[in-house]
Design a binder for this molecule. Structure first.
Ligand code: FAD
Length: 490
């Protein structure tokens, strides 16, 4: 038997169960080196692309996720080696030191990460080392879902239909019972050397809501299936009800895989004989995983998705430069309670409910007419689930510049959105406590409340809570006029 060790290089797959690279390496009977390479500020090897660096909230998550993965590996006889520097250089050094002849990875699909893997495959092959890659991140890889003419989909419904027609999703792989670590591996650096955890502890609110790691991902899945799956479809749009799975950061870092979720949901459908609305609800939840797949499909086929409008006619759109408006949006001080609640939830907890992500993003690109990439960058820095595919695809969707997008002329009214989806005000009262004592009928439009009502609720507009930074009707007319001008010129 070959006694040279194998390297298992973890990236967006921070788990030991349903991890095809780890599973294959462990099944080979070889000794292993399990490694995570942090590239941060080091200059990349010439010509080798470097994936987008995680933002602040995601760095916090990553720190704890790596510690959790190390614990999980230790429970089966291994540990995680931390290396710091350009991946190509660190892999070379590791191979020199250990004599490894094989590197196993799970594929990434961001354009830079995928290009880097292609280059690394050649670079390693030149020294007789194989890079073996697998799918852990998706139900179906982007190139396997094809239109009749063999091209990519740009509309969700036929994409998802075609994806579902591909047949059974493979069952998740078990975690290896035991792995055998190579004794020749270097000591590496301590996790703290990555500098991922904040120096000043601003993450208290995030830590109260979240526990990174596979164990909590599995717990959240079980809890969601037990308590919320049958009501998902009817309640998922109500941020105050808070019944969605909150699996997004666990999926983002690969602490739980989509195959595990897929099979767990199907098991419930069958084991509990779900029918009627409950079954439709479960299918609706799986459809959201479909949106995640669609985002990766788009990112793979349109690698400029993070930086350029998919609909090129928007390149000529007169986006506004509005630093004061942007700052008010970021800080949750726009004067529109549902927008402010969302932006504050994001800042305080590193996550925002999907309905409110749509409303806040729409407010930025339509009411303030600020370019979507500015909002995308803020979400990238503040979301614990900031995802290379879902974040950019969703922003382009909201902005009307993307695939299968909400048309630009459909402009959310933030008051009506609040009244419809947070009718009892539970969500706004939690995140905008200075409005908590306003009666429901004024909560989403405090500027319409009589002075006596404001006084009784302890609200002084312009002092304790801002006036709206822009009038809805004016903003709507301005955005529609800009859009009409665009259509006239393109
Ligand atoms: P659930 O409703 O429980 O859904 C289960 C899973 O399906 C989610 O964890 C997620 O992986 C996936 N999913 C659900 N909705 C979507 C969607 N619309 N698009 C893609 N995948 C989806 N999601 C991210 O994971 N990362 C992001 O960076 C991100 N940025 C977004 C930015 C904007 C402007 C908008 C409108 C949406 C964004 N989303 C993003 C999608 C969605 O808001 C989140 O996935 C969802 O809110 C996560 O909560 P959950 O896990 O409780 O979702």
């Amino acid at each position: 038997m070959n006694d040279r060790p194998s390297v298992v290089w973890f990236r967006q797959d921070l788990r030991i169960a349903d991890n095809p690279a780890l599973h294959r390496a462990a099944s080979s009977g070889r000794r292993l080196i399990c490694v995570y390479i942090h590239e941060d500020d080091d200059p990349a090897v010439e010509g080798m692309p470097s994936p987008r660096k995680p933002g602040g909230a995601a760095r916090w998550w990553l720190h704890h996720a790596l510690a959790a993965l190390d614990q999980d590996l230790r429970a089966i006889g291994g540990h995680l080696l931390y290396l710091k520097g350009p991946a190509a250089v660190e892999l070379d050094r590791l191979i020199d030191r250990t004599g490894a002849d094989c590197v196993l990875v799970n594929r990434v699909y961001d354009p830079e990460g995928a290009a880097r893997d292609r280059m690394l495959t050649e670079r390693l092959a030149a020294r007789g080392v194989r890079l073996l890659s697998h799918n852990a991140l998706l139900l179906h890889e982007p190139w396997t879902v094809r239109t009749r003419t063999g091209g990519p989909y740009q509309v969700f419904t036929p994409f998802w239909r075609a994806a579902r027609a591909l047949g059974q999703v493979p069952a998740p792989l078990p975690a290896p019972a035991q792995i055998d670590m190579a004794g020749t591996a270097p000591a590496g650096v301590p996790l703290a050397a990555f500098g991922l955890a904040p120096v000043i502890d601003w993450a208290g609110g995030i830590a109260r809501d979240w526990t990174p790691g596979s164990a909590d991902g599995r717990r959240r899945l079980g809890d969601f299936l037990d308590r919320h799956l049958p009501d998902y479809k009817s309640d998922r749009d109500h941020p105050g009800a808070d019944i969605t799975s909150r699996l997004s950061p666990h999926l983002r870092f690969g602490e739980i895989g989509p195959r595990t979720i897929w099979h767990a949901v199907h098991h419930r459908i069958e084991a509990e004989g779900l029918s009627g609305p409950a079954r439709a609800s479960a299918q609706g939840f799986l459809g959201e995983l479909g949106w995640r797949e669609f985002s990766y499909h788009l990112l793979h086929h349109f690698p400029h998705l993070p930086t350029r409008n998919l609909k090129h006619q928007f390149d000529a759109f007169p986006w506004r430069d509005d630093p004061a408006g942007l700052a008010a949006w970021q800080r949750g001080l726009t004067g529109y309670p549902i927008v402010d609640a969302g932006m504050r939830q994001l800042w305080q907890t590193g996550w925002m409910h999907n309905r409110v992500r749509m409303v806040t993003a729409s407010f930025l690109v339509k009411h303030l007419m600020i370019y979507w990439a500015t909002g995308e960058a803020w979400f990238w820095d503040t979301l614990v689930d900031a995802d290379p595919a879902s974040n950019t695809a969703s922003w382009q969707w909201v902005a009307g510049t993307g695939a299968d997008a909400a048309p630009y002329f459909r402009i959310f009214n933030p008051v009506l959105q609040g009244e419809r989806f947070d009718a009892d005000g539970r969500y706004v009262r939690r995140f905008v406590p200075e409005l908590a004592r306003l009666p429901d009928r004024f909560l989403h439009k405090p500027w319409t409340a009589p002075a006596s009502v404001l006084t009784a609720a302890g609200v002084t507009l312009g002092t304790t809570y801002p006036h709206p930074i822009v009038d809805h009707a004016h903003a709507r007319d301005r955005a529609l006029a800009a859009f009409a001008g665009l259509r006239a010129t393109t």
